[in-house]
Design a protein around this ligand. Structure first.
Ligand code: BDR
Ligand code: CA
Length: 434
């Protein structure tokens, strides 16, 4: 039930839509009986705007005199159309207030983001998967497995055991590529434990594998829900590249791609390359050049998100199958990192999910990124143009002359900074089921 203040008005009012287009789109279904009404709607329980604030904005000229019960849950107020013009001068303030109110109201209304998680599980993949499954902002529609940290078959087994542990057999888990496009697979049990899951032995899965080929599943789902699916690859980009190659028509139908991979300041495999890109540079180049909205959550921002003993202690305060599993994996990773002098374990893959949940956790900058596929020392490097331009060199006789500068079009939002503590707190609280 809506709450009302002591003068009988809605306690909070979120939307003062004075602008006619918005009014038509939102109000139309409810305004048949009177074209002189303007709509104010809100989730009153969640919005921070008080009726008083709204009145201030509108020069005390709102008359919140009618409460209508409509499917938008809480709709209040009407006033004569001719007074709208008078209020238009307050539009910028009203819209600012409106946006503030919407920001606090949206989580209650916004549909969860549909994602397909493409993963090479993988210990930090495990943390990422459980963050996704425990976050109401995300609706995990499928999990596709790619070889990387472990072989394709071990990765599939790990993914199935994890969805089973989380009691989510409703999520299709599909196997994908068995090896990178043009090179041999490089697995990383050295970092992730013999089974890829920090040597934690999970119970056998009660979930069954989906028989579809991962890239085909991606293609199907994108066509079934055009403009709704966000792809979140947190392993080598083989499956995503295969999907694009097989059916390029998915590119404009994918809502966005948020990937963990790359770096604009050096690698972890070697001086230049980050592991996910290094493990399939040709696939990565296909994905970066596909032409869809793409966010790169790279190694260098992941390195700022160290899950340390402090956070592990918080995680250990609650218990449950998923919570305990994540504690064991995190403990293993923290110890492994300590052996290399790190005060915590970098949350590479979980951060990509963090960005899918809340993009304000990171600062990102638009850049053009290419993937080096040939260099002797730089194969697998994500080469980012940070100033958005290249010199134009023109041949004059026996040498080139710089004649100007050409702009390059960005193809990625590259994360350059992160609010690490806010992200780590989010991670801990979600895993603890808070
Ligand atoms: C990436 O490589 C893998 O080892 C991790 O799971 C992560 O996806 C970090 O470079
Ligand atoms: Ca991974």
């Amino acid at each position: 039930m809506p709450r009302f203040d002591n003068r009988g008005r809605p306690e909070s009012v979120a939307i003062g839509l004075l602008e006619s287009a918005a009014r038509v789109s939102l109000a139309e279904p409810f305004l048949k009986e009177s074209s002189r009404r303007i709509l104010f709607s809100t989730d009153i329980a969640k919005c921070n705007c008080t009726a008083d604030e709204m009145e201030r904005v509108t020069d005390h000229q709102f008359r919140l005199d009618t409460i209508l019960a409509v499917p938008l849950r809480y709709v209040a107020a009407a006033f004569p159309e001719k007074t709208i013009l008078k209020h238009l001068k307050h539009l910028p303030v009203a819209m600012g207030l409106l946006l503030m109110c919407l920001a606090s109201t949206l989580p209650a209304f916004a549909a969860a983001k549909k994602i397909i998680l493409d993963t090479d599980p993988g210990s930090d993949d495990a943390l990422a998967m459980m963050l996704a499954l425990n976050s109401p902002e995300l609706d995990v529609r499928a999990i596709t497995v790619v070889p990387g940290n472990v072989t394709a078959s071990q990765g599939l087994e790990n993914a199935l055991r994890m969805v089973s542990l989380a009691n989510r057999c409703d999520i299709p888990v599909a196997s994908g590529a068995q090896h990178p496009l043009f090179q041999k697979l490089i697995t990383a049990e050295f970092w992730h434990g013999k089974n890829g899951l920090a040597n934690v032995e999970l119970p056998a899965s009660k979930c069954k594998v989906d028989s579809r080929f991962g890239p085909d599943l991606i293609i199907q789902m994108v066509h079934t829900a055009p403009h709704e699916i966000t792809l979140v690859p947190i392993g080598p980009l083989t499956n995503i590249a295969l999907a694009v190659e097989k059916d390029p028509s998915i590119v404009p139908l994918v809502k966005e791609v948020i990937l963990m991979g790359g770096s604009i300041s050096g690698g972890n495999v070697n001086a230049a390359a980050e592991a996910n890109i290094y493990n399939d540079p040709e696939a990565a180049q296909i994905v970066f050049q596909a032409g869809w909205p793409l966010t790169m959550v790279g190694l260098d921002v992941g390195d700022k998100t160290l899950l340390s003993q402090k956070y592990l202690d918080q995680l250990g305060q609650t218990h449950g199958p998923v919570n305990d599993f994540i504690c064991s994996v995190a403990k293993y990773l923290i110890n492994r990192s300590a052996q290399f002098g790190w005060p915590g374990t970098p949350m590479y893959d979980p951060l990509a999910l963090g960005v899918a949940i809340d993009a304000t956790l990171v600062k990102a900058s638009e850049m053009h990124v290419d993937v080096e596929t040939r260099g002797d020392f730089t194969r697998g490097e994500t080469v980012a143009n940070r100033h958005g331009a290249v010199e134009r060199n023109v041949l004059h006789g026996n040498h080139y002359v710089i004649e100007g500068v050409d702009k390059v079009t960005p193809n990625a939002k590259v994360c350059i900074d992160v609010d690490a503590d806010r992200f780590l707190q989010l991670f801990v609280s979600r895993i603890r089921g808070k």
